[in-house]
Write a protein that binds this ligand. Sequence first.
Ligand SMILES: *[C@@H]1O[C@H](CO)[C@@H](O)[C@H](O)[C@H]1NC(C)=O
Ligand SMILES: *[C@@H]1O[C@H](CO)[C@@H](O)[C@H](O)[C@H]1NC(C)=O
Length: 300
Amino acid sequence: MILFAFLLAVSTAAIVDVVEEPPCPSCVLVNTTCYNISHLLELDAPFRKRIVIHKIDLQRSKDVLYFSFEPTFEDEEYYKIGFVDLEHPDEHGIISGTQILNFGTFDIDQANNLIYFGGSDGIFILDNNLKTFSAYSSRGDTITNVFYKNQLYFTRYEDKGIIVKKGDYFQTILEDWPIRKFLVVEKENVNYVIFLSNLGLFVSKGNTVHRISKNAYFRGLTMDLDGNVYAWWLDGIYKVMLSKNVAYSTLVRVAKLPTIGAMAFDNNNNILFTSDKSLFIMKQTEHNNCGVVKPAKPRY
Ligand SMILES: *[C@@H]1O[C@H](CO)[C@@H](O)[C@H](O)[C@H]1NC(C)=O
Ligand SMILES: *[C@@H]1O[C@H](CO)[C@@H](O)[C@H](O)[C@H]1NC(C)=O
Protein backbone atom coordinates (compact mmCIF):
# COMPACT_ATOMS: atom_id res chain seq x y z
CA MET A 1 0.00 0.00 0.00
CA ILE A 2 2.79 2.36 0.95
CA LEU A 3 4.67 1.38 -2.17
CA PHE A 4 1.61 2.04 -4.31
CA ALA A 5 1.18 5.55 -2.90
CA PHE A 6 4.84 6.22 -3.55
CA LEU A 7 4.63 5.11 -7.16
CA LEU A 8 1.58 7.22 -7.74
CA ALA A 9 3.31 10.30 -6.38
CA VAL A 10 6.31 9.75 -8.59
CA SER A 11 4.34 9.18 -11.73
CA THR A 12 2.17 12.25 -11.15
CA ALA A 13 5.27 14.37 -10.71
CA ALA A 14 6.77 12.91 -13.86
CA ILE A 15 3.69 13.71 -15.94
CA VAL A 16 3.71 17.31 -14.75
CA ASP A 17 7.43 17.63 -15.49
CA VAL A 18 7.05 16.38 -19.02
CA VAL A 19 3.91 18.25 -20.01
CA GLU A 20 4.38 21.67 -18.41
CA GLU A 21 5.68 24.10 -21.00
CA PRO A 22 7.55 27.28 -20.09
CA PRO A 23 5.15 30.11 -19.30
CA CYS A 24 4.04 32.16 -22.28
CA PRO A 25 3.91 35.77 -21.09
CA SER A 26 2.09 36.90 -24.22
CA CYS A 27 -0.71 34.37 -23.78
CA VAL A 28 -4.10 34.81 -22.18
CA LEU A 29 -6.91 32.39 -21.46
CA VAL A 30 -10.25 33.08 -23.10
CA ASN A 31 -12.56 30.84 -21.14
CA THR A 32 -10.62 27.55 -21.37
CA THR A 33 -8.69 28.29 -24.56
CA CYS A 34 -5.20 29.75 -24.63
CA TYR A 35 -4.63 32.66 -27.03
CA ASN A 36 -1.28 34.17 -27.91
CA ILE A 37 -1.21 37.93 -28.41
CA SER A 38 1.09 39.48 -30.96
CA HIS A 39 1.57 42.96 -32.26
CA LEU A 40 0.49 43.50 -35.87
CA LEU A 41 1.02 47.18 -36.62
CA GLU A 42 0.56 50.74 -35.46
CA LEU A 43 -2.49 52.47 -36.84
CA ASP A 44 -1.45 55.61 -38.66
CA ALA A 45 -3.89 58.50 -38.32
CA PRO A 46 -3.92 62.07 -36.96
CA PHE A 47 -4.96 60.90 -33.51
CA ARG A 48 -5.69 63.10 -30.55
CA LYS A 49 -3.15 63.12 -27.71
CA ARG A 50 -5.29 60.65 -25.81
CA ILE A 51 -5.98 58.04 -28.45
CA VAL A 52 -9.62 57.07 -28.80
CA ILE A 53 -10.68 54.41 -31.30
CA HIS A 54 -14.38 53.67 -31.03
CA LYS A 55 -14.80 50.84 -33.44
CA ILE A 56 -12.80 48.55 -35.71
CA ASP A 57 -14.10 46.13 -38.30
CA LEU A 58 -12.76 44.19 -41.22
CA GLN A 59 -13.89 44.33 -44.81
CA ARG A 60 -13.52 40.59 -45.18
CA SER A 61 -13.10 40.15 -48.93
CA LYS A 62 -10.19 42.61 -49.00
CA ASP A 63 -8.75 42.18 -45.51
CA VAL A 64 -8.97 45.93 -44.95
CA LEU A 65 -9.50 47.13 -41.40
CA TYR A 66 -11.64 50.23 -40.89
CA PHE A 67 -11.54 52.18 -37.64
CA SER A 68 -13.34 55.21 -36.25
CA PHE A 69 -11.27 57.58 -34.15
CA GLU A 70 -11.14 61.04 -32.65
CA PRO A 71 -8.74 63.23 -34.64
CA THR A 72 -6.44 65.96 -33.36
CA PHE A 73 -8.13 68.74 -31.51
CA GLU A 74 -7.35 71.24 -34.29
CA ASP A 75 -9.29 69.17 -36.80
CA GLU A 76 -12.67 70.60 -37.77
CA GLU A 77 -14.21 67.18 -37.39
CA TYR A 78 -14.51 65.40 -34.08
CA TYR A 79 -14.76 61.92 -35.58
CA LYS A 80 -13.09 60.38 -38.58
CA ILE A 81 -12.67 56.97 -40.16
CA GLY A 82 -9.40 55.46 -41.23
CA PHE A 83 -8.48 52.21 -42.91
CA VAL A 84 -5.48 49.96 -43.38
CA ASP A 85 -4.93 46.98 -45.63
CA LEU A 86 -3.79 44.22 -43.27
CA GLU A 87 -1.90 42.37 -45.99
CA HIS A 88 -0.20 45.52 -47.29
CA PRO A 89 -0.09 47.87 -44.29
CA ASP A 90 1.53 50.58 -46.41
CA GLU A 91 -1.87 50.99 -47.99
CA HIS A 92 -3.77 53.03 -45.49
CA GLY A 93 -5.68 56.28 -45.33
CA ILE A 94 -8.48 58.40 -43.95
CA ILE A 95 -11.96 58.73 -45.40
CA SER A 96 -12.61 62.37 -46.14
CA GLY A 97 -15.20 64.32 -47.99
CA THR A 98 -15.35 67.91 -49.14
CA GLN A 99 -17.61 68.80 -46.22
CA ILE A 100 -17.69 68.20 -42.48
CA LEU A 101 -19.24 64.81 -41.93
CA ASN A 102 -17.96 63.68 -38.51
CA PHE A 103 -18.15 60.00 -39.35
CA GLY A 104 -18.02 58.26 -35.99
CA THR A 105 -19.68 55.03 -36.95
CA PHE A 106 -19.72 52.60 -39.84
CA ASP A 107 -20.68 49.08 -40.75
CA ILE A 108 -19.95 46.78 -43.64
CA ASP A 109 -22.30 44.86 -45.92
CA GLN A 110 -19.73 42.12 -46.50
CA ALA A 111 -21.58 40.32 -49.29
CA ASN A 112 -21.87 43.43 -51.46
CA ASN A 113 -18.69 45.27 -50.44
CA LEU A 114 -20.64 48.30 -49.30
CA ILE A 115 -19.60 50.37 -46.32
CA TYR A 116 -22.12 52.55 -44.52
CA PHE A 117 -20.88 55.59 -42.61
CA GLY A 118 -22.90 57.57 -40.09
CA GLY A 119 -22.11 61.09 -38.92
CA SER A 120 -23.46 64.57 -38.36
CA ASP A 121 -25.15 64.75 -41.75
CA GLY A 122 -26.82 61.40 -42.13
CA ILE A 123 -25.64 58.15 -43.67
CA PHE A 124 -23.23 57.84 -46.58
CA ILE A 125 -22.27 54.77 -48.52
CA LEU A 126 -18.99 53.72 -50.06
CA ASP A 127 -19.33 51.23 -52.86
CA ASN A 128 -15.97 49.54 -52.91
CA ASN A 129 -16.60 47.83 -56.25
CA LEU A 130 -17.59 51.01 -58.08
CA LYS A 131 -15.35 53.26 -55.94
CA THR A 132 -18.19 55.70 -55.41
CA PHE A 133 -19.12 57.59 -52.28
CA SER A 134 -22.61 58.98 -51.96
CA ALA A 135 -25.28 60.23 -49.58
CA TYR A 136 -27.58 57.38 -48.67
CA SER A 137 -30.16 58.41 -46.08
CA SER A 138 -31.26 60.77 -43.32
CA ARG A 139 -29.38 63.92 -44.38
CA GLY A 140 -29.45 66.45 -41.55
CA ASP A 141 -29.70 63.84 -38.80
CA THR A 142 -26.82 62.99 -36.48
CA ILE A 143 -26.28 59.25 -36.67
CA THR A 144 -24.75 57.54 -33.65
CA ASN A 145 -24.67 53.89 -34.80
CA VAL A 146 -25.13 52.02 -38.05
CA PHE A 147 -25.43 48.27 -38.32
CA TYR A 148 -25.96 46.15 -41.39
CA LYS A 149 -27.67 42.77 -41.42
CA ASN A 150 -29.77 42.20 -44.57
CA GLN A 151 -30.94 45.78 -44.06
CA LEU A 152 -29.63 48.89 -42.41
CA TYR A 153 -30.29 49.64 -38.74
CA PHE A 154 -29.27 52.93 -37.16
CA THR A 155 -29.70 55.18 -34.16
CA ARG A 156 -29.91 58.97 -33.99
CA TYR A 157 -28.51 61.38 -31.47
CA GLU A 158 -30.92 62.10 -28.59
CA ASP A 159 -33.53 59.82 -30.09
CA LYS A 160 -34.86 56.55 -28.70
CA GLY A 161 -35.06 53.20 -30.41
CA ILE A 162 -33.39 51.67 -33.44
CA ILE A 163 -34.53 52.69 -36.92
CA VAL A 164 -34.69 49.95 -39.53
CA LYS A 165 -34.55 51.07 -43.13
CA LYS A 166 -36.76 48.89 -45.28
CA GLY A 167 -36.48 50.27 -48.77
CA ASP A 168 -37.95 53.76 -48.69
CA TYR A 169 -39.75 53.14 -45.47
CA PHE A 170 -38.53 53.25 -41.86
CA GLN A 171 -39.61 51.25 -38.86
CA THR A 172 -38.51 51.92 -35.28
CA ILE A 173 -37.90 49.04 -32.91
CA LEU A 174 -37.23 49.22 -29.15
CA GLU A 175 -38.76 52.66 -29.38
CA ASP A 176 -38.79 53.34 -25.63
CA TRP A 177 -35.10 52.64 -25.21
CA PRO A 178 -32.22 55.07 -25.42
CA ILE A 179 -29.57 53.06 -27.27
CA ARG A 180 -25.84 53.62 -26.92
CA LYS A 181 -24.65 50.65 -28.95
CA PHE A 182 -26.32 47.63 -30.45
CA LEU A 183 -26.06 44.71 -32.78
CA VAL A 184 -28.47 42.23 -34.27
CA VAL A 185 -27.82 38.52 -34.31
CA GLU A 186 -29.85 35.92 -36.12
CA LYS A 187 -30.18 32.43 -34.68
CA GLU A 188 -32.48 29.84 -36.22
CA ASN A 189 -34.33 32.54 -38.15
CA VAL A 190 -35.01 34.58 -35.02
CA ASN A 191 -33.48 38.04 -34.60
CA TYR A 192 -32.08 39.05 -31.25
CA VAL A 193 -31.00 42.62 -30.56
CA ILE A 194 -28.23 43.05 -28.02
CA PHE A 195 -28.05 46.66 -26.91
CA LEU A 196 -26.34 48.89 -24.42
CA SER A 197 -28.51 51.54 -22.82
CA ASN A 198 -27.94 53.89 -19.89
CA LEU A 199 -29.27 51.13 -17.62
CA GLY A 200 -26.92 48.40 -18.75
CA LEU A 201 -26.62 45.68 -21.35
CA PHE A 202 -29.81 44.02 -22.65
CA VAL A 203 -30.88 41.18 -24.87
CA SER A 204 -34.18 41.40 -26.71
CA LYS A 205 -36.31 39.21 -28.92
CA GLY A 206 -39.52 40.76 -30.23
CA ASN A 207 -41.05 42.68 -27.34
CA THR A 208 -39.20 40.74 -24.64
CA VAL A 209 -36.27 42.63 -23.15
CA HIS A 210 -33.93 41.15 -20.56
CA ARG A 211 -31.03 42.82 -18.75
CA ILE A 212 -27.81 40.79 -18.62
CA SER A 213 -25.62 43.43 -16.97
CA LYS A 214 -26.07 46.68 -15.07
CA ASN A 215 -22.83 48.00 -16.50
CA ALA A 216 -23.76 50.77 -18.94
CA TYR A 217 -20.16 51.46 -19.92
CA PHE A 218 -19.10 48.55 -22.08
CA ARG A 219 -16.85 50.00 -24.75
CA GLY A 220 -18.29 48.01 -27.60
CA LEU A 221 -20.09 44.99 -28.96
CA THR A 222 -18.85 42.65 -31.64
CA MET A 223 -19.62 39.27 -33.13
CA ASP A 224 -17.35 36.38 -34.07
CA LEU A 225 -17.73 34.30 -37.25
CA ASP A 226 -19.98 31.82 -35.42
CA GLY A 227 -22.43 34.52 -34.34
CA ASN A 228 -21.28 34.69 -30.71
CA VAL A 229 -21.55 38.18 -29.29
CA TYR A 230 -18.88 39.79 -27.12
CA ALA A 231 -18.64 43.02 -25.18
CA TRP A 232 -15.50 44.47 -23.67
CA TRP A 233 -14.71 46.85 -20.89
CA LEU A 234 -11.64 47.96 -18.99
CA ASP A 235 -11.44 44.64 -17.15
CA GLY A 236 -11.71 42.24 -20.06
CA ILE A 237 -13.81 40.45 -22.62
CA TYR A 238 -17.36 39.30 -21.91
CA LYS A 239 -19.43 36.80 -23.84
CA VAL A 240 -23.19 36.99 -24.24
CA MET A 241 -24.67 33.55 -23.56
CA LEU A 242 -27.81 33.90 -25.61
CA SER A 243 -30.72 31.68 -24.73
CA LYS A 244 -33.82 30.93 -26.81
CA ASN A 245 -35.77 32.10 -23.81
CA VAL A 246 -34.06 35.48 -23.60
CA ALA A 247 -34.76 35.72 -19.87
CA TYR A 248 -32.18 32.94 -19.39
CA SER A 249 -29.48 34.80 -21.29
CA THR A 250 -26.42 35.78 -19.29
CA LEU A 251 -23.15 37.61 -19.61
CA VAL A 252 -19.89 35.89 -18.64
CA ARG A 253 -16.43 37.39 -18.43
CA VAL A 254 -14.21 35.08 -20.50
CA ALA A 255 -10.89 36.93 -20.46
CA LYS A 256 -9.12 39.29 -18.17
CA LEU A 257 -7.40 41.84 -20.37
CA PRO A 258 -7.28 45.46 -19.31
CA THR A 259 -6.17 47.32 -22.38
CA ILE A 260 -8.74 46.83 -25.13
CA GLY A 261 -9.81 49.95 -27.00
CA ALA A 262 -11.79 48.31 -29.82
CA MET A 263 -12.19 44.71 -30.89
CA ALA A 264 -13.27 42.61 -33.89
CA PHE A 265 -12.72 39.14 -35.36
CA ASP A 266 -10.63 38.44 -38.46
CA ASN A 267 -11.38 35.94 -41.23
CA ASN A 268 -9.96 33.06 -39.16
CA ASN A 269 -11.91 33.98 -36.04
CA ASN A 270 -8.78 35.37 -34.41
CA ILE A 271 -9.38 38.36 -32.18
CA LEU A 272 -8.12 41.74 -33.39
CA PHE A 273 -7.95 44.49 -30.84
CA THR A 274 -6.46 47.93 -30.38
CA SER A 275 -4.65 49.32 -27.42
CA ASP A 276 -3.91 52.99 -27.97
CA LYS A 277 -2.89 52.97 -31.63
CA SER A 278 -1.37 49.50 -31.62
CA LEU A 279 -3.26 46.73 -33.37
CA PHE A 280 -2.85 43.25 -31.89
CA ILE A 281 -3.96 39.82 -32.96
CA MET A 282 -4.92 37.05 -30.53
CA LYS A 283 -4.61 33.56 -31.98
CA GLN A 284 -5.52 30.24 -30.45
CA THR A 285 -2.51 28.23 -29.35
CA GLU A 286 -2.08 24.73 -27.97
CA HIS A 287 0.30 26.11 -25.36
CA ASN A 288 -0.70 24.72 -21.98
CA ASN A 289 1.01 27.13 -19.63
CA CYS A 290 -1.07 30.09 -20.50
CA GLY A 291 0.73 33.24 -19.50
CA VAL A 292 0.78 35.40 -16.46
CA VAL A 293 -2.67 36.82 -17.00
CA LYS A 294 -4.92 34.34 -15.26
CA PRO A 295 -8.55 33.95 -16.23
CA ALA A 296 -11.26 35.59 -14.19
CA LYS A 297 -13.11 33.50 -11.68
CA PRO A 298 -16.21 32.35 -13.51
CA ARG A 299 -19.31 34.17 -12.39
CA TYR A 300 -21.61 31.27 -13.05
C1 LIG B 1 -16.13 27.59 -21.53
O1 LIG B 1 -15.64 26.33 -21.95
C2 LIG B 1 -16.40 25.23 -21.50
C3 LIG B 1 -15.64 23.98 -21.89
O2 LIG B 1 -15.25 24.02 -23.21
C4 LIG B 1 -17.79 25.31 -22.12
O3 LIG B 1 -18.58 24.24 -21.67
C5 LIG B 1 -18.43 26.64 -21.70
O4 LIG B 1 -19.68 26.79 -22.34
C6 LIG B 1 -17.54 27.78 -22.09
N1 LIG B 1 -18.07 29.03 -21.55
C7 LIG B 1 -18.21 30.11 -22.30
C8 LIG B 1 -18.69 31.31 -21.58
O5 LIG B 1 -17.96 30.13 -23.49
C1 LIG C 1 3.42 33.84 -29.39
O1 LIG C 1 3.67 34.69 -30.51
C2 LIG C 1 5.01 35.12 -30.63
C3 LIG C 1 5.10 36.02 -31.83
O2 LIG C 1 4.37 37.18 -31.62
C4 LIG C 1 5.92 33.90 -30.81
O3 LIG C 1 7.26 34.33 -30.84
C5 LIG C 1 5.71 32.93 -29.67
O4 LIG C 1 6.44 31.75 -29.90
C6 LIG C 1 4.24 32.57 -29.55
N1 LIG C 1 4.06 31.72 -28.37
C7 LIG C 1 3.23 30.68 -28.37
C8 LIG C 1 3.17 29.92 -27.10
O5 LIG C 1 2.55 30.37 -29.34
